[in-house]
Design a protein around this ligand. Structure first.
Ligand code: ADP
Length: 579
């Protein structure tokens, strides 16, 4: 029921049209009865009486009228059917447009935990195949159910109006159909849930392989990847077959029941017609309409199959559609009246990914305008630590403050637009370099873009590209070196003139000379900025106002370069190793 309510809500603006389509479907099905009704009249009036030849001669106008009515109704029915289908199409397209839009908006609002939980291939399946299944349910499943039911009920009413005994004998078989449907539905439901999972796994395998094609090539793993995909594809295909073939177990019962209808009609109808209980015209009408009972029975398998498919898909969509990000603006969030100054403080901060605690009791104060370097072994929690400032994740204990305010009390938009981040894994969009740099500030001028590129020491190589700033970088920035991509990412982070700049290993792939140049530029930015630099190299960290050493999720040491090289510990070890 919930699913139907959900569909109904999303038909906003098209509800009237959908109701109209359903009503027209009903009308159309009832009109199917007109031809057999007329045939019955024709047989009883013009063919069966002993003086049939005389009646045809004298009442030929009536006969013609009846024939024209039959033709007229058939034509009208076709026109209505066409319009009805159009209405279903328009409504279902409007519905999925709305669902897709809302889903996409919601996906964009999700926090990082959501992206940790759902793979891209899985989200894409929800956005495409699942949504199409919803369209199919509105444009086909519901329509077919309504049409089958109307035809079934209308025929039964008509049958009763002719002869109740024949009608009862014919519908006596209906419980068999209900029984079969019930057992079939129970058996097939879990199969479609599995089927949907297999589809998602297959799409995830394809997505990971495509986006990771360079790694696949570098390790010559094409055959392995093809095999892996093939395995998922076979799994999906098998699940599909298993679900589709299940109907075959029940099909003979349905088919025998449907055929039995014709036999009953022929035998009983024949006997009743001979005994005079029903007229020959009525016998013809029974015979002509037996399909209106048999067809809905035959459709039941497809309807149940499709309905289960729809339920599995709709549940997947709804999970994303109604999923709410835990990281969102609080109702009493404060609006800072002016630009953030950039002081940051971690107070007794604990953080875990699920059950695994990665940060323990972190206490750290960063003053506005300071440059702080964070160093430590891989996996010590450096990236996680800086992500807490922008609320990519929320702390589990303690608090992070910016300008003295708990970040959870600030408006997300204001907080995040005050932070420029260049992350470890640089993703450039399939856009011009200019567009990529101006990503966070689309209104910036050409000169400003160039200025940011200069800060990042990227202007030189960008100008050497065939189209300069207008060069389109491919998906994931194919065509640029790692260091070049990092420099564009740095320019992009600077473009928002952030109060807090976070560089997560951003200069790891640039040479030392360029790095020195970038450091020099960062010292001379034309706006106030607190800088946090995660680094692996001493050269990236040594000029910082303070260097924080993170080990196993705790702060092991804090000091300047001079202080830290005096002391035993991680920094001195790295220093000695790198010199
Ligand atoms: P660093 O930046 O110092 O290399 P990270 O902050 O990236 O460290 O990771 C710290 C720890 O948290 C690692 O053990 C890592 O495996 C784990 N981790 C990082 N990101 C996630 C995530 N999204 N889900 C679960 N665990 C994660």
């Amino acid at each position: 029921m919930f699913l139907f309510r959900w569909l109904w809500t999303n038909m906003e603006g098209y509800k009237g049209r959908y109701i109209l389509a359903l009503c027209l479907s009903v009308v159309c099905q009832v009109m199917f009865l007109v031809t057999p009704m007329m045939s019955q009249q024709i047989v009883d009036t013009f063919i069966m009486p002993e003086d049939a030849a005389y009646i045809i001669k004298t009442q030929s106008t009536l006969l013609w009228q009846m024939v024209w009515i039959m033709i007229g109704f058939t034509f009208l029915r076709t026109v209505i059917q066409y319009s009805t289908n159009m209405l279903y199409e328009v409504t279902s397209q409007a519905l999925i447009y709305r669902v897709r839009k809302k889903m996409y908006e919601n996906i964009n609002k999700q926090d990082a935990t959501f992206y940790d939980r759902f793979r891209t291939g899985d989200i894409m399946t929800r956005m495409t195949g699942d949504i199409d299944m919803v369209r199919h349910s509105v444009a086909w499943i519901i329509k077919t159910v309504i049409e089958s039911l109307t035809l079934f009920i209308a025929s039964i009413i008509y049958f009763f109006s002719m002869d109740w005994l024949t009608a009862i004998c014919l519908i006596a078989l209906t419980p068999v159909i209900f029984g079969v449907s019930f057992f079939f539905k129970k058996k097939v439901r879990p199969m479609y849930v599995t089927l949907r999972e297999k589809l998602s796994l297959m799409n995830t395998a394809a997505e990971e392989n495509i986006s990771g094609n360079r790694v696949v090539k570098a390790f010559a793993r094409e055959d392995y990847e093809i095999g892996k995909f093939d395995e998922k594809s076979v799994d999906y295909s098998k699940a599909n077959k298993r679900a589709a073939l299940t109907w075959l177990d029940f099909f003979p019962i349905i088919e025998i029941t449907a055929q039995a209808l014709s036999v009953i009609q022929l035998l009983l109808g024949g006997v009743f017609a001979i005994s005079g209980r029903i007229t020959v015209g009525e016998f013809t009408a029974f015979a002509g309409l037996i399909w209106t009972l048999a067809n809905p029975m035959r459709n039941i398998g497809t309807i149940i199959n499709d309905f289960q498919r729809f339920t599995a898909s709709a549940n997947k969509i709804i999970e994303v559609y109604y999923g709410r990000s835990k990281i969102a603006d609080r109702e009493d969030a404060i609006d800072l009246p002016e630009r953030i100054k950039g002081s940051i403080e971690f107070q007794n901060v604990d953080f875990s990914y699920g059950d695994i605690q990665v940060l323990h009791d972190i206490n750290l104060k960063i003053e506005p305008g300071e440059t702080v370097a964070i160093m430590g072994p891989t996996g010590s929690g450096k990236t996680t630590l800086v992500e807490l400032i922008a609320r990519i994740y929320d702390v589990n204990g303690g608090k992070v403050t910016v300008d003295g305010n708990d970040v959870r009390m600030l408006k997300l938009k204001q907080l995040r637009s005050s932070i420029g981040m260049a992350t470890q894994d640089v993703l450039l969009y399939s856009d011009t370099i200019d567009g990529n740099i101006a990503f966070g500030n689309t209104s910036m001028s050409e000169e400003e873009v160039v200025r940011c590129a200069e800060y990042a020491d990227a202007d030189g190589f960008i100008r050497k590209l065939s189209e300069g700033y207008e060069t389109i970088v491919g998906e994931r920035g194919v065509g640029l070196s790692g260091g070049q991509k990092q420099r564009i990412a740095l320019a992009r982070a600077l473009a928002v003139k952030p109060a807090i700049l976070v560089l997560d290993d951003t200069t790891s792939a640039v040479d030392l000379e360029t790095e020195t140049h970038i450091q020099e530029s960062l010292r001379n930015l034309d706006f106030p900025c607190t800088k946090i630099i995660i680094a692996q190299r001493i050269s990236s960290a040594k000029d910082a106002d303070k260097i924080v050493i993170l080990q196993n999720g705790t702060i092991a040491d804090v000091g300047t370069h001079e202080e830290l090289i005096q002391r035993e510990g991680y920094y001195r070890e790295v220093y000695e190793l790198q010199h």
